[in-house]
Design a protein around this ligand. Structure first.
Ligand code: GLP
Length: 234
């Protein structure tokens, strides 16, 4: 694991954006999985700015949604869909065919899971951007006695139900890529930002692998770039 300790959120965002840009320059049809929430917002803003300033062609990049809440509309401002549209798809004018995402409005959610599982089997992720939940979750893979390998529907932990992006709205569950789909990404960009993550981050740094702390599985991945703010690291 390559660990980069940064002084500020701004620096974290810049370092992370540069890593993603380098990957896309090397492989224009990179498949990128997008986390939502506060950790990657600055990274996405920098990325969009750099793509525009450097006139980088991202037409061949494929974008995947990491996870989604169940029980709120996709059009709702608190949905992961809305977030990804606002921060990546709209500013970069990404066409629909370049975006792979759970549709929580689908009539048959099992079919929806199969669709995503198949797509990722045919074409695994190249880069996966992850934040860490206050409870150690990755995507919406919550701490549990066992974890699921592939895309699945989850019951949410109380801590996840009070995630700030939900702004106190009620959700009934979540849907997320599974740990195998995440761990098969060729590179993981793991962002740790915000003082609320300090306790969980220090637990992560103990390097003890447990399904009760899904983030600890990242110690098994050969190519993780961890970027962490110094206030959290120290
Ligand atoms: C939510 C999001 C995840 C995100 C995580 C951490 O579960 N759906 O994609 O990685 O929370 O979010 P934040 O960075 O806001 O703490």
């Amino acid at each position: 694991m390559k660990i980069t300790v940064v002084k500020s959120y701004d620096e974290l965002s810049e370092v992370a954006s540069n890593i993603l840009l380098d990957e896309i320059k090397k492989k224009p049809d990179t498949q990128v999985c997008l986390a939502t929430g506060s950790s990657p917002t600055g990274m996405y803003a920098k990325f969009v700015e750099q793509v525009h300033n450097q006139e980088i062609n991202v037409d061949d990049v494929l974008w995947t949604k990491l996870d989604e809440w169940i029980g709120i509309d996709l059009e709702n401002k608190s949905s992961c869909e809305y977030y990804i549209k606002e921060h990546i798809l709209d500013p970069l004018q990404i066409k629909e065919s370049s975006y792979l995402a759970f549709n929580t409005n689908a009539e048959d959610m099992n079919q929806e899971l199969t669709r995503i599982q198949k797509a990722l089997k045919i074409r695994p992720l190249d880069v996966c951007i992850l934040g860490i939940g206050v409870n150690g979750h990755l995507g919406l893979n919550e701490p549990a006695m066992s974890l699921e390998a592939f895309s699945h529907i989850v019951e949410l932990d109380e801590k996840s139900k009070s995630h700030p992006m939900l702004a106190s709205q009620n959700v009934s569950g979540g849907i997320t890529l599974g740990l195998s789909e995440i761990m098969h990404a060729k590179k993981i960009i793991f962002l740790v930002s915000g003082i609320s993550k300090k306790e969980m981050f220090h637990k992560f740094m103990e390097k003890e692998i447990s399904t009760m702390n899904p983030s600890s599985l990242l110690w098994l991945h050969p190519n993780v770039e961890l970027i962490v703010e110094e206030d959290i690291y120290n």
